[in-house]
Design a protein around this ligand. Structure first.
Ligand SMILES: NC(=O)c1ccc[n+]([C@@H]2O[C@H](COP(=O)([O-])OP(=O)(O)OC[C@H]3O[C@@H](n4cnc5c(N)ncnc54)[C@H](OP(=O)(O)O)[C@@H]3O)[C@@H](O)[C@H]2O)c1
Length: 294
């Protein structure tokens, strides 16, 4: 049914590969490119064409979907001729988290090349991405929205159209501040429990069934309790996101977010950069140890 929609997906990391799979399941023609080609190759068995360059992936495609680490990675990927290679009237769905400044920079690249730009970061991590249940925070010109819908429906359970380009990114930063703030206080709470000799399972028993019993805290708390951090969202990218929040906030001081960034830096320094962001706990703990990073 969607066979006439051709989508070039740049970036097949945790999120991009899951999204590409769901586009294939929805019957779209999918081309994929990834800097480390071996990470894109498994998608060939599911019907994707693996390209050697972003430009090759984009050639003649009606939709360009970018899902890369940060604005620099996106600019580098699309800047080598990918935008020029798209079919006339194509739409660029920029779904990586790139912040306010990054969005402006990438939108300008699109404008200069006459490509419609949609700013559409997502909520949801590995499992919702695999299940096609992301929440898309979309913003961009009214006239291209219908062309985006089949893609958003394939990767998400809900799309919020929130205004002109930039509005999606601003909403994403607000939600991310909430998420990383929760993560930071959970890491500190676990570290405090350890310091005071309190079994963290008692903490969960105490809040069980009440408004403070968050599934998110349960999931991340389990990783902290077990000391195992299989990655849904890495410490490295969570730190990038905290930085994007602080940058966007400008002169509004956000000491909670600053503290989260601090703990994430410590976690990265202790070898957890590629682990799940729940490893923030290791950063908090290490800083408290004699001779530790704090
Ligand atoms: N995971 C989540 O829970 C989640 C949720 C919402 C939004 N996001 C956002 O989605 C985006 C992707 O996240 P992810 O979790 O899928 O990350 P990931 O698994 O670490 O993948 C990152 C991707 O970016 C590529 N990349 C990194 N630096 C690059 C560079 N300089 N040039 C070219 N490619 C580069 C990687 O290529 P290689 O394979 O070659 O390293 C890979 O394709 C990020 O903006 C993230 O903030 C993630």
């Amino acid at each position: 049914m969607n066979g006439n929609v051709s989508v070039a997906v740049l970036g097949t990391g945790i999120m991009g590969s899951a999204m590409a799979r769901n586009l294939l399941k929805a019957g779209m023609e999918v081309r994929v490119w990834n800097r480390t080609r071996s990470r894109a190759e498994p998608l060939a068995a599911e019907g994707a064409r693996v390209a050697d360059s972003p430009r090759e992936a984009a050639r003649g495609a009606g939709v360009l979907l970018t899902m890369l680490a940060d604005a620099g990675a996106v600019a580098g990927a699309v800047g080598g001729g990918a935008l020029e290679a798209l079919s006339p009237g194509a739409v660029w769905l920029q779904m990586s988290t790139v912040g306010v400044e990054g969005t402006g920079r990438l939108q300008r690249m699109a404008l200069e090349r006459g490509v419609a730009y949609v700013d559409a970061p997502v909520l949801g991590t590995r499992q919702p991405a695999e299940a096609g249940e992301l929440v898309v925070l979309a913003s961009g010109p009214e006239e291209v929205r219908p062309a985006c819908e089949p893609v958003f429906e394939a990767v998400g359970k809900k799309t919020l159209w929130v205004g002109p380009v930039g509005a999606g990114t601003r909403l994403k930063l607000v939600v991310n501040n909430w998420i990383t703030g929760l993560l930071g206080v959970l890491g500190e709470t676990f570290a405090l429990a350890q310091k005071l000799g309190v079994d963290p399972s008692l903490f969960f028993e105490a809040v069980e069934g009440g408004p403070l019993d968050l599934p998110y805290a349960r999931a991340k708390g389990k990783m902290m309790a077990e000391g195992e951090y299989p990655t849904s969202f890495s410490v490295r990218l969570a730190r990038k996101d905290a930085g994007l929040v602080l940058e966007a906030a400008e002169d509004l001081r956000l000491p909670v977010c600053e503290a989260v960034a601090y703990h994430l830096d410590r976690a990265a320094e202790t070898g957890h950069a590629e682990d799940d962001m729940a490893a923030i706990y290791e950063g908090v703990r290490t800083a408290a140890e004699p001779g530790g990073a704090g």
